[in-house]
Design a protein around this ligand. Structure first.
Ligand code: SAM
Length: 322
């Protein structure tokens, strides 16, 4: 197994997926997973140590209910019955964050959710798990091939509350989704944060940087268009926008442009509902005093490079903050 899914230099991340225990015969609880790991010769430790020592594992301090952290050399997962059954999913820690942030405080009475750009489905399946596999999660995916992967993944992960659509999110009519209160937008990006692809560490020649600037400009225009479409859903209160890019052009600058386009109807959610204990926050030179409301991740944090922001609709009576 290579170093892509759920793995960085110092850790391999494995997310326990409770939907399988809800839907499939057998015992697929977190306790049963710990028992299985003990049988495999793995020892649980109750503190985070990096690089993770051989044969040890612990619960991630930021996502302690579901994310397990193993040595990067734990390649035995593929073929293991927990992985094959969908009861564990190999997923980088940073990639788990957008679902955790968009679902913060959700309960079943609130309504449905959307994952606007869903394939291959890692974040969709985590949102579904955080919804307790209840209510409805609408998942959109534009690419035909990636849509097939999404459907397969959600089937294995037993995400029975997800309704998938192959299509362009920007072509949906928001009035058809009057029960939706939360949207996750994890659109296509440069991927510059993915470990082994940290382009910013490499000197580009002048022509390459011209090409890159043009590419980032196009991506940013598309990302902003997606956020603006999400803002049109009449009952949506929370929109999370994330990228696996480390470029401000796709991160803070898109957020700043979206706030401007929202004309005061949307603001960044307070830090208290955006993984408050995560230390690395946005760039103040780009977002000023609200930079601490967004999250950045870098390989130094034992994750891929990543960015997470959360817009919330301004309600009557909210205090002026920005
Ligand atoms: N959230 C996914 C996960 O964690 O597994 C990864 C999403 S990937 C970064 C972006 C996805 O958005 C791609 O599969 C791409 O095909 C899809 N996409 C791009 N534009 C779209 C659009 N307008 N509507 C729906 N999906 C779109």
């Amino acid at each position: 197994m290579g170093r892509a899914a759920g793995s960085t230099v110092e850790a391999r991340y494995v997310r326990w997926n409770p939907n399988v225990d809800l839907c499939r015969a057998g015992d697929w609880t977190l306790d049963a997973l710990h028992a299985h790991l003990k049988q495999q010769g793995m020892t649980f430790i109750d503190e985070a140590v990096y690089p993770v020592p051989a044969d040890k594992y612990f619960m991630d301090p930021h996502l302690p209910n579901e994310l397990l952290v193993f040595p990067p050399s734990s390649t035995w997962w593929v073929g293991d019955k927990w992985y094959e059954s969908g009861a564990v999913i190999l997923q980088d820690k940073a990639s788990c964050m957008p679902a955790a942030v968009v679902m913060d405080g959700w309960d079943e009475a609130e309504g449905a959710c959307i994952d606007a750009t869903a394939a291959p489905g890692n974040k969709t399946s985590f949102m579904s798990a955080l919804m307790g596999n209840k209510s409805t999660l609408y998942a959109f995916e534009k690419s035909a091939n990636r849509y097939k992967t999404l459907v397969r993944m959600l089937d294995t992960a037993k995400c029975t509350n997800v309704q998938t659509t192959r299509g362009d999110f920007t072509e949906t009519d928001p009035r058809d989704y009057a029960d939706v209160t939360r949207i996750l937008l994890d659109p296509s990006c440069s991927g510059s944060g993915i470990v082994n692809r940290l382009d910013y560490l490499v000197d580009a020649d002048e022509n390459e940087s011209d090409d890159q600037a043009e590419r980032l400009e196009k991506l940013a225009a598309f990302q902003l268009q997606m956020i603006q479409h999400a803002f049109k859903f009449p009952t949506v209160r929370r929109v999370v926008y994330s990228t696996c890019s480390i470029h401000a052009e796709e991160d803070e600058r898109v957020v700043a442009a979206a706030l401007k386009a929202g004309k005061g109807a949307w603001r960044l959610a307070p830090r208290s509902s955006v993984l408050p204990t995560w230390e690395r926050r946005g760039l103040p030179e780009e977002l000023g005093k609200v930079a601490d409301r967004v999250i950045r991740c870098l390989p130094e944090d034992k994750t891929n490079g990543f960015f997470v922001s959360c817009f919330e609709r301004v309600q009557d009576g909210d205090e002026e903050e920005q």
